[in-house]
Ligand binder design. Structure first.
Ligand SMILES: CC(C)=CCNc1ncnc2c1ncn2[C@@H]1O[C@H](COP(=O)(O)O)[C@@H](O)[C@H]1O
Ligand SMILES: [Zn+2]
Length: 353
């Protein structure tokens, strides 16, 4: 069985990360560095769900509140964004779509606008400082947080539109809809998402992450989002799952996140993505969600997902390459990425097969 895609293989494999929330992705090192500078925050210890541990959704969302108390100024946003990009680059991620909710913080004077500027500054700075090493393309998807008001969602979309134009559509390529899935009615946020669509922004929409959201999911699907975040309970609902299958809307799959927030069984082979992929060859994209909180990495998620399906190295390589089809960047970026995968294949795997 030497041909199976083990963790070491997945660590070396070039990868695409399309489902990463900035503040949930902060490493231990980044957090400790920030905490050493300020008054010690004892609640910090609870922002990581260790190996084998599980939490309720509510507890999970409490962790974001703590993280948001630490990431409070544009300077810190620049710093953590660069750190997170570096972490992904070191994990052989070649293209990253980072999502994050712009926030106003009264105490530091940070605004939604300066938050977004900070994320974009970090992306540009990382690129300048790492011209030839660790090549990674990064894009930003501003997030709509469904626990906040619809008015705030409109503000976020307006800024996303503005920054997309001012960066020639090269950096802000879409909008993410996320937040506590128990909060509010997701359908209320359809108008701001339609506004994003009209502005040529792509849509990545969290839906059916928890049970009992059939009506909401149905309405969100009418938007025909470009990608679905989780979609954990869609396969149980014939009415909605048929739309997803027919339109071939890709699912962003975050196995460790779902297990640790208790929405799926612990057995990886029972995760919903196995049904979509094995029974329907439906496009599924492996992601981390919140690599900091869930103490994981994209390599780890690939080795779990490939292991659940018993995939060979070649099949796992093809799967990671398939993700290129679903990135929100332009066709030139896609071609460049395909070239990177082909080069990797020639120098590392061709001889094995
Ligand atoms: C409980 C838990 C960790 C769940 C993981 N599944 C998730 N479902 C929905 N929204 C999420 C999830 N993980 C992160 N987010 C969103 O991402 C935010 C954190 O990243 P950021 O501050 O936007 O940069 C959270 O406040 C939340 O709005
Ligand atoms: Zn998510």
């Amino acid at each position: 069985m030497a041909d199976l895609a083990d963790l070491k293989f997945c660590q070396e494999l070039p990868k695409i990360e399309l489902h990463a929330h900035l503040n949930g992705s902060l490493s231990d090192e980044t957090l400790n560095k920030l905490l050493r500078r300020g008054p010690t925050n004892n609640s910090y210890a609870s922002t990581i769900i260790g190996k084998g541990e599980r939490r309720t959704m509510q507890e999970g969302f409490e962790m974001f509140r703590i993280l948001h108390e630490i990431v409070v100024s544009p300077e810190i946003v620049v710093e953590v964004t660069k750190d997170v990009i570096t972490d992904f680059a070191l994990d052989q991620v070649k293209y990253l779509e980072l999502r994050s909710t712009p926030r106003n913080v009264l105490s530091s004077g940070m605004t939604k606008r300066s938050y977004m500027e900070a994320v974009l500054t970090a992306i540009q700075r990382y690129r300048e400082e790492n011209e030839d090493r660790c090549r990674i393309d990064v894009r930003y998807l501003p997030s709509i947080d469904r626990s906040k008001s619809v008015e705030e969602a409109h503000e976020t979309v307006k800024l996303a539109e503005e920054f997309s134009l001012s960066t020639n559509g090269n950096l802000v390529v879409g909008v993410d809809f996320s937040g506590n899935p128990h909060a509010n009615d997701g359908a209320d946020y359809i108008p701001p998402m339609m506004q994003a669509r009209r502005a040529n922004l792509h849509l990545a929409v969290h839906m059916a992450e928890v049970e009992g959201k059939k009506e909401e999911t149905k309405k969100l699907l009418e938007l025909l989002p470009d990608r679905i975040g989780h979609g954990t309970f869609i396969s149980n609902e014939p009415g909605v799952r048929d739309v997803v299958l027919k339109k071939r809307i890709p699912l962003e799959v975050c196995v460790t996140s779902n297990i640790k927030t208790c929405t799926v069984p612990e057995d990886h082979t029972k995760h919903h993505f196995t049904w979509w992929r094995q029974e329907h060859q439906h496009p599924c994209i492996v992601g981390t969600d919140d690599k900091g909180i869930f103490a994981t990495s994209l390599s780890n998620e690939y080795s779990i997902a490939a292991g659940a399906l018993g995939l060979s190295r070649r099949e796992t390589f093809n799967w990671s390459k398939e993700a290129i089809d679903h990135v929100f960047a332009d066709i030139d970026t896609k071609s460049r990425l395909r070239q990177t995968w082909d080069d990797y294949w020639k120098s590392n795997l061709e001889v094995d097969t």
